[in-house]
Design a protein. Structure first.
Ligand code: DP6
Length: 419
């Protein structure tokens, strides 16, 4: 008996122009366009296997091995339903009108009528506090797209991004690698609110990222509820939406096209600051940064001051999402110096998150021996923090879009249950 199954992986993306605010909460239509860098799946990814089978009795999803309820009218249900609708509309209805004799390939089947089993897995530790909804929904949509043969040239990643967007707004940007814009669109039905590729990974492969995982004990405000409060109460958001973001979208697009890191860095940091400013302007105010986050900002600011003094322009760009973790974008040539500097202020627990050791030749000794403050750096800008304040460092870089994986990589066993 044939098994109708496909496995895909999808990347994390970190915005440099932030999405914050919806004009339609059901369709997930944003109040402003945004732009992100897709990170390398070799370090952070979600993997999803989807199977359609006439014997299945209901759509079921397992996340990291545990059943995740598919609520009626919820985001998961919407994505699965929309993928089935797309399959029916552009493949099954068309094939029915022109039936081919003895067709045995997947396209001849009414797969959209079968229930699906879906298993999804994130390779990054949940304890790291990294958002997984973007890569998760992108992997879900990508695996269903392969299962249903909704692939280029028939269906573009931009078309799939319309569906991933309805799972989580930022997920639409994980349908492409490289540098990706989510155009806010103007239509009420959301049909023009989609992701486009600004530049592929190969355009600027020297773009690296250092994720500083900051310890956080308290449960923060979720993006979904936080941004709605901002829309309802912040007057500053209106200025951000109308004036600030449109100008920055244009300017950072040009900076990326010209591989102008100095401009890229200035805009990235300004937009992170603007996003956290509208959070503070929310009633009641929302705080995502903590003292460690702010200390990282001080270190990056001083590092850039020194770089400008050396005539080299800005060399590091911090950005923060709805939590205290810092992502520092930098070019490959400078990443070692930046990791050494971060280690000098935020020593690591020996033996954890070893992947930053790569820049030091891969030795397995305690990473803290590499701590170093550059000559001319004013070391008074921050105090040295205790071990564990930054509980992990992940060194990664710009990456590619969703990948189709081989059958051996499937997360479901022969019975359609997670392995
Ligand atoms: C701060 O995409 O998680 O990371 O659409 O409600 O699921 P929902 O929100 P989500 O918000 C992400 C907000 C952000 C900025 C960004 O990624 O652009």
């Amino acid at each position: 008996m044939s098994v109708y199954q496909a496995t895909a992986s999808a990347p994390v993306n970190i915005a440099v122009i932030k999405y914050w605010g919806k004009r339609d909460t059901k369709l997930i239509l944003p109040t402003n366009s945004s732009l992100s860098v897709t990170l390398d799946q070799d370090h952070l990814r979600s993997t999803t296997t989807s199977r359609a089978d006439p014997a299945f009795t209901q759509d079921t999803l397992w996340l990291n091995g545990k059943i995740d309820e598919i609520k009626a009218g919820g985001r998961l249900e919407t994505c699965i339903r929309e993928m089935k609708r797309l399959r029916k509309e552009i493949i099954e209805d068309k094939d029915a009108s022109a039936p081919k004799a003895n067709q045995v390939d997947l396209r001849s089947l009414q797969l959209s009528e079968y229930k699906v089993h879906i298993a999804s897995y994130n390779n990054f530790p949940t304890a790291a506090g990294l958002a997984s909804s973007a890569s998760g929904f992108a992997a879900l949509v990508s695996s269903l797209a392969q299962l249903y043969s909704l692939v280029p040239p028939l269906v573009s990643p931009s078309t799939l991004s319309l569906i991933a967007r309805q799972g989580s707004g930022s997920a639409c940007r994980s349908l492409y690698g490289g540098f990706v814009a989510w155009e806010q669109g103007v239509r009420p039905d959301g049909s023009d609110s989609l992701a486009i590729e600004v530049a592929p990974q190969a355009h600027w492969p020297e773009m690296h990222a250092l994720i500083c995982v900051v310890s956080d004990t308290k449960k923060g405000t979720s993006s979904t509820s936080g941004m709605q409060r901002t829309v309802e109460t912040s007057t500053l958001l209106q200025h951000r939406i109308k004036e600030v973001v449109p100008a920055r979208m244009a300017a950072i697009t040009t900076a990326i096209q010209q591989r102008d890191f100095d401009t890229f860095a200035r805009i990235t940091m300004a937009d992170s600051n603007s996003f956290h400013a509208v959070c503070l302007d929310t009633e009641p105010p929302i705080f995502y940064l903590n003292d460690v986050s702010r200390a990282i900002i001080s270190v990056v600011v001083e590092y850039n001051r020194l770089s400008v003094e050396r005539g080299e322009g800005y060399k590091a760009a911090y950005t923060y999402d709805a939590g205290p973790n810092a992502v520092i974008y930098a070019l490959e040539k400078d990443i070692k110096e930046i990791i050494q500097l971060v280690l000098a202020y935020f020593p690591q627990t020996a033996g954890e998150f070893k992947d930053v050791l790569g820049v030091f030749g891969g030795s397995v000794q305690d990473v803290n021996v590499h701590a170093k403050i550059p000559e001319g750096f004013n070391d008074k800008v921050a105090s040295k923090w205790e071990v564990g304040s930054v509980k992990g460092l992940i060194h990664t870089k710009v990456g590619d879009g969703p990948r189709a994986l081989a059958p051996e990589e499937a997360l479901l066993n022969a019975d359609g249950i997670p392995k």
